[in-house]
Design a protein around this ligand. Sequence first.
Ligand code: MG
Length: 385
Amino acid sequence: MKKISILGSTGSIGSQTLEIVRRFPERFEVTGLCAGKNIDLLAEQITEFAPKIVSVTRKEDSERLREIAGPKTQIHYGNEGNIAVATEGECDLVISSMVGFPGLLPTLSAIQAGRNVAIANKESLVVAGGLLISEAKNQDVILLPVDSEHSAVFQTLLEKDREFLKRIIITASGGPFRKTPKKDLGKVTVADALCHPTWKMGEKITIDSATLMNKGFEIIEARWFFDMPVEKISIWVHPQSIVHSILEYVDGSFITHLSASDMKIPIAQALSYPERLDLGRPDASPDDLSDITFEKLDTDKFKAPAMAIECLRMGGTYPTVLNAANEVAVTAFLDERIRFTDIIPIVRETLERHDKLDSGCLDNILEADRWSRNTAGSIMESFLS
Ligand code: MG
């Protein structure tokens, strides 16, 4: 029986993880759950899975949950509560699936507590990848990717072939605006941006997919997960989201991974590693794979991936600042305070004002995140509609 704790249990990845757990009760037991403000769903999850430890964002919600949960469930709140779920009790695997920067401290704490972690919260690798990877090495813990592209690389990259690997190609659907002319992007609405063509995901990552910042983050994620120099990571647009990554070797071989665009597949892979779960999918037919095309990324229309690569090259806390400014701008766009085309300029201007700090130290990362949020917030004043 594998004991798991889920950070971000009411979000898209957390809910799908619990769907898999529900299907394999003989294999998985839920030890801990941590959620934000979706208390009704969390209460249902507590009743169904009877975790030993739970955390929520607000104190008042923790008090309400105490009345619902039985005496065997400890209820915590806030940052300390999240860290308690990540580190306390018996647990074989932590699923890190909170949204954005708040996922960093619980993820880092889980690693420092010697726990294997399945990482869906890519922002924690973007802002502190070097720190997380070195702590994972120190603690001898396994980090498993949940992101579909990285799960695909993880499943196909053999250690014996590493020295012959020319590059990792991660695919991008191109998002909802792949075919939208650049001149029309200023007019798109929040609803347009939330309408992803192939993946059903949470709001923040869906906006990041529309700007292609998500793909920029995934380059940073791949750099840390697979210890690859940024020059050896490329993006190809693949609108059908069936091929998730391609490994290109020096002899001209391409090794790839294909699957339906269903996040339960990479989640199940991380949950059951090194085994696989029978997800009961119907047999594939040639029709499922008959339409597979690739195209170049339009780097003039989508500037975010190049910006992320530049941050990785400049190093230090630049990726931290990139993430924080992006979170501020995406939130403002979702609140309809700025236009879609304001997101990237706000991030760029924040980066231009930054003096980098050493990113090997958590305090510097926290400081750069705070600085970036304040700076992006004041830059945004001039963009407010
Ligand atoms: Mg992805």
